[in-house]
Design a protein around this ligand. Structure first.
Ligand code: ATP
Length: 418
């Protein structure tokens, strides 16, 4: 008999409120108070950023509990399902909770399924078939779409991982301005960065969400101790109801598939690919910066969208001929939404100038295809051409990334590449 039970939960919240991690946290406190032993950290697993029905960050949660008897399993299921029923936003038509209980070993097949849920789109019937095959117990509320993420959260391997400490607000504060002391976040960042990262963004607090959810702040870092230490440095002018540390696949680039041909990229996939910049980046309506990347197999439109702010300035400095590796996901129009890029080779930039006359003055154009003339001494150069001068590039080889406010949960910050 197995002495552990895995619990996976997803799709309990809506755009107007609640959060699957919060419901999980309430459940975990209840299970602890009933004497159950939670093994390790609960897991917050981010799934495909392009999944159609996501509310926000496409996160699902799982945890593992030690059980001594089949009665324990029955009791745990009852507690979990009661809380899901009570706290989920069931009135929202887009909220379709799913809960999965599993008392077995995490197989390679289950891990592959989880990776598919992170990198691809999975139909509900595929989840049901796998759950049936491995003997997982599946509970669907309404259409139960949440079981797709719930099973993935149980099966997800974590060869690289980070931690997030989530602090939750008192229910009476939901929807109100978050009362976090800015200076304490700044000081925390000075002490903890990069062991905790994405604390600040261009002088703003980056640890607070901007939705009416129960989360007051989330601190992301490399270890449970680090996120806890950072949490102890934060001062707030409102009470924290509870907090919890999650183990996660956030900021690991688990969504990114490394490929060597642009032609192999598909919509709603996230990739890392090498290519040559095929035109100088230009700004389109809305402030988005666009350019084309090419390799021998094809071409790809790449974008630094408006929310990526200063990243767009760096992108604008690229020129035709630069060789780069880009990371990002392909949206429904087939454009790659860049998360970061690494410059491998910089092309030479030239500027063209009119020739200098023998008298030392720069010549003027004499008209289209008529060469040049000197306004000082009158000399003409009928066959003259412009002179090409090399210009120092205002860009260095290396990697550049979007700011924390525009970073995808799964995207690995450069500070984590060592
Ligand atoms: P939050 O981040 O606030 O928890 P969310 O963005 O995670 O919200 P959910 O409410 O969990 O959004 O809704 C996402 C839905 O999409 C879930 O039902 C989940 O099972 C499903 N889903 C997730 N990934 C995939 C995928 N790769 N293919 C198909 N369905 C998916």
């Amino acid at each position: 008999m197995f002495n552990n039970i895995y619990v996976g939960i997803d799709d309990t919240d809506s755009q107007t409120g609640m959060c699957t991690t919060y419901i999980t946290s309430v459940i975990l406190d209840k299970l602890k108070s009933c004497g159950y032993n939670i093994k390790g950290y609960p897991r917050l697993i981010r799934l495909n950023p392009f999944a159609k029905f996501k509310t926000r960050g496409n996160g699902a949660v799982s945890f593992k509990i030690n059980i001594k008897s089949e009665n324990d399993a029955i009791n745990i299921k009852k507690i979990v399902l009661n809380y899901i029923e009570d706290l989920s936003q069931l009135q929202d038509e887009r909220t379709n909770p799913g809960v999965v209980f599993f008392q077995g070993k995490i197989s390679a097949e289950l891990e592959r399924y989880a990776m598919k849920t992170i990198r691809d789109i999975v139909p509900l019937k595929e989840t049901l078939a796998l759950a049936h095959k491995i003997g997982a117990d599946v509970y669907k509320f309404k259409n139960g779409r949440g079981i797709i993420g719930a099973l993935a959260a149980i099966g997800c391997p974590l060869p690289d991982k980070t931690y997030e400490l989530l602090a939750y607000r008192l229910p009476e504060n939901y929807g109100k301005k978050r009362m976090i002391d800015y200076d304490s976040v700044r000081l925390m960042n000075e002490k903890m960065y990069p062991q905790t990262f994405d604390n600040l963004d261009n002088g703003y607090i980056a640890i607070e969400p901007h939705t009416p959810c129960p989360i007051l702040y989330g601190i992301r870092g490399e270890s449970p101790d680090m996120v806890l230490e950072a949490h102890n440095l934060i001062k707030t002018m409102e009470k924290i109801e509870r907090y919890r540390v999650y183990e996660t696949n956030q900021h690991t680039d688990m969504h990114i598939v490394k490929i060597d041909k642009i032609a192999h990229m598909k919509k709603y996939g996230c990739y890392c690919v090498r290519g040559i910049v095929d035109d100088n980046p230009h700004t389109i309506e809305g402030g988005h910066v666009i350019f084309t990347l090419k390799d021998a197999s094809g071409k790809l439109e790449c974008a630094a969208y408006e929310p990526t702010k200063k990243f767009r300035e760096t992108t604008r400095k690229l020129i035709k001929g630069d060789e780069i590796i880009v990371y990002g996901g392909i949206g429904n129009k087939g454009t790659l939404n860049m998360e970061k890029f690494c410059i491998q080779n910089l092309s030479t930039l030239y500027r063209e100038e009119n020739p200098i006359c023998d008298c030392g003055r720069r010549m003027k154009s004499a008209g289209k295809n008529k060469g040049f003339k000197c306004l000082k001494c009158g000399q003409k150069l009928r066959e003259g051409t412009k002179i090409r001068l090399e210009v120092k590039r205002d860009l260095k080889k290396g990697c550049y990334e979007v700011p924390p406010s525009a970073r995808r949960h799964l995207s690995k910050p450069l500070v984590r590449f060592t």
